[in-house]
Ligand binder design. Structure first.
Ligand code: SF4
Length: 100
């Protein structure tokens, strides 16, 4: 059993999360109604945090639709905020830092 088995959207129409879902169909913008329905499901989803982390682990270029209660635009902001809060890399190894 995986987190997807517990998803509130399990069995829901994928088109409310991903407009153009299906082979050979282009991507477009979700309607406000579809987006609201998807976000409503996410609101009561027991695995919303896991789902969001999964989405954020995907390459940004292939990330679209509603995941973890967020829109693509919101995830762009989350990725940016996370990058800004990462500690700077010093270029030293842990051993070098420990011996100082
Ligand atoms: S958070 Fe939303 S998209 Fe993710 S599994 Fe739950 S209902 Fe589906």
């Amino acid at each position: 059993m995986t987190w997807r088995d517990e998803a509130a959207c399990r069995g829901a129409n994928p088109e409310i999360f991903f407009l153009g879902y299906g082979p050979g169909r282009g991507l477009g913008r979700l309607s406000k109604t579809a987006k609201a329905r998807a976000l409503e499901l996410c609101d009561r989803c027991p695995v919303v945090d896991v789902c969001l982390e999964y989405a954020l682990s995907l390459p940004a270029t292939g990330d679209f639709g509603i995941w973890g209660g967020t829109t693509e635009k919101q995830r762009v902001g989350l990725r940016k905020a996370r990058r800004q809060h990462q500690p700077p890399r010093s270029g030293r190894t842990l051993q070098e830092a420990a011996s100082m």
